[in-house]
Design a protein around this ligand. Sequence first.
Ligand code: SF4
Length: 243
Amino acid sequence: MKRRPTQPRSRQGRVRETAARLAEEFPDAECALNFLNPWELLAATILSAQCTDERVNKVTPALFARLPTPEDFAMAPLEEIEELIRSTGFYRNKAKSLQGAATRITELHKGEVPDTMKELVQLPGVGRKTANVLLHVAFNKPGIAVDTHVTRLSNRIGFLTQETKDAVKIEYELNDLISAREIGDFGMRLILFGRRTCKARSPLCDECVLNDYCSCAFTFTKGTTPQEAAGKRRSARATRKAQ
Ligand code: SF4
C-alpha cells in the first residue's frame, strides 16, 4: 500500500518523514568502504578523511596484505605505513593515527577494537564521527556519524532547534528524534543523499523527494525570491498530494 504523503511541521515529524522517504530511495544503506573486520573498518575510516571511499578501497588491499593485524601496524616502521597509504593524502598524520590506534588496541584491548564510544574515542585519530561509524557498521550498535553532509542536511531540512555546525550538538539532537534502532541507517542514508542530491553548492531541489517540506527548498538558485521559492514548494506539495 502506498504511504499517504505528509508535510510534517515538527522537527521530529521532519526527521521521521525524511527517514521514511530516504529508506525508499536507498533501501541498502551500506558502508562504501571495503573491510573484513572491525580493525580494517577503523583503519579505512581513518584513511577516508579528506579522501574518497573509492581511493581508500584501492589502497587498503595492499595495506592489509602487508600488515594484516593491529600488532603488525604497531610494529611496522612508520615510513612503511606512510608509503603504503601515501595516495590517500595527509599520509603522515594518518600513519601516526593508524600506528597510535594499533598500539593502544594491541596493548590495552588484546588486539581487538573496543566496541564502546568511551574506549573508541581514546584511540589516537578517532573522534566521535569515526567511533559512530564503528559502532553502527562494525558492531551493530546505535550510532550516527555526523559529517559535513549530515550537518548540512540537518540545518537545511529543519531538524535542529537552531542552526549549528557543532557535530556533537547535532548528534545529540538527532538521537532524541529517532529511535536507536533506526539512527545508524538514517545517518548512512543522509550521507548518500547529501552526495547525490542535496549537494553543498547546487542542491537538486527540482528532483528532491523532500522538496515539499524542506525549509530551504528552491532557495538556492540565484535571483530566486522567497516568494518564488514558497510558490515552488506549494506546487511540490500539490504534486505530492496528487500522487
Ligand atoms: S529540497 Fe533542496 S535543499 Fe532541501 S533537501 Fe532537497 S535538495 Fe536539499
